[in-house]
Design a protein around this ligand. Structure first.
Ligand code: GRF
Length: 212
């Protein structure tokens, strides 16, 4: 039997994207397995979900480890042990160190709730992203899945999905509508890696047609 494609998930918050990935695997939409969850937040919904579902968890934060160097060393060691094929950030609020990003170049993906490069970068997370989009007055926002590089939200784009901003939208409404699309597009993006259909050329991500 062939080894399953292994995912390491990093999450800090509620973890609904993480839960959706888990469900996509359960439903047979994704032919993969979750090696484990790394979280900086021991009280997160993501951690609770992992515990409830028998997924290995590593809580790695500066409280447990002496400093950022210690955190990085522990993340590197955990990833080394898990031997994953892809690292999936699902609402992970910490910046990964250069050492991690370098070692796993083109093997780390993130999801952002806007159409990058708009409404990205430091401080653009959670509800702030949607507040900014509504305040700016854009007619469309959306979702971006991208490779992770050394900066916030700047890596090559894999997939995007457009979501309209409606006249009466409060940030929460937009967030909810976008989250629905996040669940779909993240599974789709991970599937591209499972099927080995991604190559990167400079900033451009080339997706090979599915020949199945
Ligand atoms: C999502 O909006 C995702 O795009 C962003 O963080 C949020 C995580 O939400 N990176 P959840 O924890 O998956 O519910």
């Amino acid at each position: 039997m062939q080894n399953k494609f292994r995912l390491a998930v990093l999450a800090s918050g509620t973890g609904t994207n993480f839960q959706q990935i888990f469900r996509s695997i359960k439903n047979g939409i994704l032919d993969a397995e979750i090696a484990g969850l790394i979280t900086n937040n021991p009280k997160s919904g993501a951690r609770q979900f992992a515990d409830d579902n028998g997924i290995p968890v590593e809580v790695i934060n500066a409280k447990r480890y002496p400093d950022e160097g210690g955190v990085t060393a522990q993340i590197l060691e955990t990833l080394e042990n898990w031997n994953q094929d892809l690292i999936v950030l699902a609402g992970y609020m910490k910046k990964l160190s250069d050492a991690v990003v370098k070692k796993y170049k083109h093997r780390i993906i993130n999801i952002h709730p806007a159409l990058l490069p708009s409404f990205g970068g430091q401080g653009m997370y959670g509800i702030h992203v949607h507040e900014a989009a509504i305040e700016y007055g854009v007619r469309f926002s959306g979702v971006t899945v991208h490779l992770v590089d050394a900066d916030y939200d700047t890596g090559p784009i894999i997939l995007q999905e457009v979501v309209p901003v409606l006249q009466d939208d409060e940030p929460k409404d937009l967030q909810e509508r976008i989250l629905e699309q996040e669940y779909k597009i993240y599974t789709e993006a991970i599937k591209l890696f499972v099927e080995d259909r991604i190559t990167v050329s400079g900033r451009r991500v080339i997706i090979r047609e599915n020949d199945a």
